[in-house]
Design a protein around this ligand. Structure first.
Ligand SMILES: [Zn+2]
Length: 466
């Protein structure tokens, strides 16, 4: 294999099929793991690796996958937390930020947000990207300039990205069931129709495997039944099939979305997406909060992923979705930071279980290992990186190490380390991050972007008045 040989000795590592093991010697070359050997004390490290081995105190996990992100929403953190309102009033503030961005400011903001994600142990992000065009909807000279800014931002922050290029055509379903025209900031999201979306997505220039670069791939998204009329969904589905690409969609985040969909189509959003061929093993239903009738059966039977974003769903007062029923029906669960209310996948993971507890009055729905799988293996697969998200020979060499010496985690043992991290760690406990076999975060410092808080503040201040 090409590339430098790397080796790490993890005090503890979470390994597929084995759970947490001690003294795990992890070797990599050419950006992939070549050998993973538990139970190798430091004194037993082969001589040829001794000079290159890096010790990783704490619990080492595969890199985390953030399966649903809108990077620019990060500018709203703290700005919308006071006062009454709903998802719909929050959305007006979000549109104000969307209206203010251009390719340069979008790049600067997304770069800083992805650096914040890297510091939180996220090595792969699914960016649900719909801010395509200039003010009023005028295309840039390169109609994919905003998408390319997002991909460049991830490269500069050192993380993997799946650009989920989003089809967004209408401003909602009217009382008569007809799609409403786009207005205001929404004009920047829209392509003329599904075919125009596909032509623009084609212009991204993905190779036959959907790759846009060594750490970037293209995927597709249907914003929601609110934003894409049923008869315009097919070109998006066809494009995703052609590239074997992930296909994501917001689904039943809001009750009002369900009501409008029932009025327009006499079917639920899940039924519309099922009937149009959106749902399938490469698809992800984002939120899936307000499901009814046979929705769970359709989602589970199609083997699509269900991406839960519990901190956003709580922040926006969306509701608590049926995570247990979805998992039991056959949906692998994934996690997303969505509106960036916080960027902490440990928080998202535990809230899946804690939400179930609050909703049912019972404990013990999801074990720590199942929640960790959502944050790693299944998250990566849902973003088109099925060979990432596991510490195993042959897999992409992405790692995150969580220190167990913080006040939150001190006292964890090998037997309790995974549950301690999933149920009590914060993003601030992440010490080291490796992407493609190369260090990205060392001792809590981002190696490519020296001052991440400074970069965030500089990008956000011009966008949020006051
Ligand atoms: Zn979203």
């Amino acid at each position: 294999m090409n590339g430098p040989v790397r080796a790490w000795l993890a005090e503890l590592a979470w390994l597929p099929g084995l759970g947490v093991r001690a003294d795990v010697l992890i070797e990599a070359a050419g950006g992939r793991f070549t050998a993973v050997s538990p139970g190798v004390p430091a004194g037993d490290i082969p001589d040829d690796l001794r000079a290159v081995v890096t010790r990783l105190p704490g619990l080492t996990l595969p890199g985390l996958a953030n399966a649903h992100s809108h990077a620019f929403h990060r500018a709203l953190r703290g700005a919308t937390e006071v006062g009454p309102g709903t998802f719909w009033t929050w959305r007006e503030r979000m549109y104000q930020v969307a209206a203010a961005l251009d390719p340069d400011s979008y790049l600067a903001l997304a770069r800083a947000v992805y650096a914040e994600m890297a510091l939180a142990g996220i090595t792969c992000v699914g960016e649900f990207h719909y801010l395509h065009h200039g003010p009023g909807g005028a295309p840039y000279a390169d109609p994919n300039e905003m998408g390319r800014a997002v991909v460049a931002a991830a490269a500069q922050a050192g993380i993997r990205i799946t650009l989920l290029d989003t089809c967004y055509l209408s401003g909602g379903l009217g009382p008569d069931g007809r799609p409403q025209p786009l207005s205001g900031a929404q004009l920047r999201f829209g392509d003329r129709d599904g075919e125009a979306w596909a032509a623009r997505a084609e212009g991204l220039g993905a190779d036959e495997h959907g790759l846009l670069g060594p750490l970037a791939r293209a995927g597709a998204a249907i914003h929601s039944v609110r934003a894409v009329p049923e008869d315009q969904m097919h070109p998006v589905v066809a494009w995703a099939h052609r590239y074997g690409a992930p296909l994501h969609a917001h689904l039943s985040e809001q009750r009002a979305e369900n009501e409008a969909c029932l009025a327009a189509y006499r079917r639920t959003p899940a039924e519309v997406m099922y009937d149009t061929g959106v749902l399938g093993p490469r698809a992800t239903a984002v939120h899936a909060t307000h499901l009814a009738g046979r929705d769970v059966e359709l989602l589970g039977g199609s083997r699509c992923y269900a991406c839960l974003c519990p901190t956003t769903e709580a922040d926006l007062a969306d509701g608590i979705g049926p995570a247990r029923e979805l998992a039991a029906a056959g949906c692998a669960l994934t996690l997303g930071s969505d509106s960036q209310a916080v960027i902490d996948l440990f928080e998202e993971a535990r809230r899946v279980e804690l939400g179930e507890r609050l909703a049912t009055g019972q404990r013990g729905h999801f074990r720590a290992g199942a929640l960790a799988r959502a944050a790693t293996t299944d998250g990566h697969a849902s973003l088109g990186w099925p060979d990432a998200g596991e510490i195993a020979a042959g897999a992409i060499a992405d790692l995150v190490t969580v220190g167990l010496d913080s006040p939150r985690l001190a006292g964890a043992t090998p037997a309790t380390a995974l549950a301690s991290v999933v149920f009590a760690a914060s993003a601030a406990d992440v010490r080291h991050v490796v992407v493609g076999g190369e260090d990205l975060v060392r001792d809590g410092r981002h190696l490519l972007i020296d001052d991440v808080p400074g970069a965030l503040a500089a990008a956000i201040r011009p966008l949020v008045p006051g």
